[in-house]
Design a protein around this ligand. Structure first.
Ligand code: SF4
Length: 477
């Protein structure tokens, strides 16, 4: 037995001969860890009362708060073996968290990660090539309305220079990330992707350039891009509206994720932790969405306020809750590629290690030119480094080694054999194919206007070439 949360099924414990005596020490430890001291713990009891009544009938439902440990144990065992929970069950696990439970889930998450990927940690070389964005997300430091932001665009040769340094150091995946810059046309992006692929055969190219049309995604995929990151930010439409202007909708975001999968990309979704107005129910919905859609990648980072945004005075998310959710995501989706995000490091310089220990297996060092890293300030306190790519690689490898993890020179593609990792029974319950169906249902219908106006790319209305002078101030309005 690994800890108090892995006892026998709670019903068996209470009814088997001598079961109560055998379980008593573990039960006492569980009670000590989980007696409802905080309001959220009492909320977990309430949720689990409701759940127990449905699952086990009134006898078990009449449990006392100290027996919360048994019910949490049941949820953890179910998540570890079946990789699915209901919304209420996820919410209960979030509310019931203690440091003891977080440690246990992190241990299970690491085991699950190792089963799929061994001790490998994959590096993505991040190249932030434009901080021009036509959108106005309330939480983002490079939002259109921020006049204090010094805008820039990197020229193709600058991007290739960043990639070249990364390739020499060992990076085999490059992530081209930017705001939704109207000048980044399909043709321009496809050219950069093709150049990268030609210069570094065997590399993987990930794009992170926001909402675009279905045709645009197909074009970029055909040009050789392998993966696409598009965080959903929150899976609850009402919450999405609180974080974005009216022109942006969750329906549109979900339609883009569906289109990306249809175009053949390995798709990355993800969400913020601790964003303004966020509730336990919102986070539970995010976990349920990840469980159903099964993105190949999932980026989870704490909300960190930026001084020049409407959310400047909001409290940031926490490393503790973010790492807890990393563990839950790993257990819900064993083969997901899960980064320990840079935003974590804005709150705690050792949080990259904490993310890895919670079940993450990807790191994304910044290969952008040092003089531009400060201008891609999505949030305050974003880490910057003038170290060259080789130094960054060596530092990361040295930081991972004490954790029993290896930084590997590998593209780090998603684990292919889904069923071999989760088992055929679980694979039939929660499969990528089922996720696609769920997503399609959630994202349709999309109005014709939404499908073609904001966020879509059109060679007719956008410049066909990128501005050659990268340091030009180009505030769009
Ligand atoms: S979050 Fe992305 S889409 Fe929104 S303003 Fe920032 S860069 Fe633009």
């Amino acid at each position: 037995m690994r800890g108090w949360w892995r006892p026998a099924h709670p019903v068996q414990q209470r009814t088997g001969p001598g079961a109560g005596r055998r379980a008593e020490p573990a039960r006492r430890r569980g009670q000590a860890a989980l007696l409802p001291r905080e309001p959220r713990h009492r909320e977990a009891v309430r949720r689990l009362d409701r759940r127990a009544a449905v699952a086990y009938g009134p006898r078990v439902a009449a449990h006392r708060p100290g027996e919360l440990a048994d019910l949490i144990a049941t949820l953890v065992a179910k998540l570890v073996s079946e990789h699915t929970l209901s919304l209420d069950e996820y919410a209960a696990l979030i509310d019931a968290r203690t440091s003891a439970l977080a440690d246990e889930l992190a241990g299970r998450a690491r085991e699950t990660c190792e089963a799929a990927y061994g001790d490998a940690v994959f590096a993505r070389g991040l190249i932030e090539f434009t901080n021009v964005c036509k959108n106005d997300c309330y939480y983002c430091g490079i939002r259109r309305s921020n006049r204090a932001c010094e805008r820039y665009r990197l020229a193709p040769e600058q991007i290739l220079a960043c990639a070249d340094a990364g390739w020499q150091a060992g990076f085999r995946t490059f992530v081209l990330q930017g705001g939704e810059d109207p000048a980044a046309t399909d043709e321009w992006l496809a050219g950069v992707v093709a150049d990268l692929k030609a210069a570094y055969p065997g590399c993987a190219v990930t794009l992170s350039v926001g909402e675009r049309s279905r045709e645009s995604y197909r074009h970029l995929r055909a040009a050789g891009a392998d993966r696409y990151l598009l965080r959903h930010e929150t899976a609850t439409a009402a919450h999405y509206r609180q974080l974005h202007p009216a022109a942006m909708t969750l329906q549109r975001r979900m339609a883009c994720l569906s289109d990306l999968r249809e175009a053949g990309f390995a798709v990355g979704a993800g969400f913020m932790v601790g964003s303004p107005f966020q509730t336990t129910e919102h986070l539970a919905a995010d976990l349920a969405f990840i469980q159903e859609f099964r993105p190949e990648m999932c980026g989870i980072g704490p909300f960190v306020p930026h001084r020049d945004t409407p959310f400047a005075a909001e409290a940031p998310g926490t490393v503790e809750l973010t790492c807890y959710l990393l563990s839950l995501v790993r257990l819900a989706h064993p083969t997901v590629l899960l980064p320990a995000t840079t935003a974590l490091e804005a709150l705690d310089p050792r949080s990259r290690e904490k993310g890895i220990l919670a079940g993450a297996n990807v790191v994304m060092p910044n290969l952008s030119p040092p003089e531009r890293q400060g201008d891609y300030a999505l949030y305050d306190g974003k880490p910057r480094s003038s170290a060259d790519a080789a130094r960054k690689w060596a530092d990361l490898a040295a930081r991972l080694e004490p954790l029993g993890r290896r930084l590997v020179e590998d593209r780090g593609d998603p684990a292919a054999a889904w069923a071999s990792v989760v088992g055929p029974a679980a694979a039939s319950v929660v499969s990528p194919a089922r996720g696609a169906v769920v997503l399609a249902a959630a994202s349709r219908p999309v109005s014709a206007a939404a499908a073609t106006a904001p966020g879509s790319s059109s060679a007719a209305s956008f410049p066909s070439t990128f501005p050659p002078v990268p340091s030009t101030k180009v505030n769009p309005s």
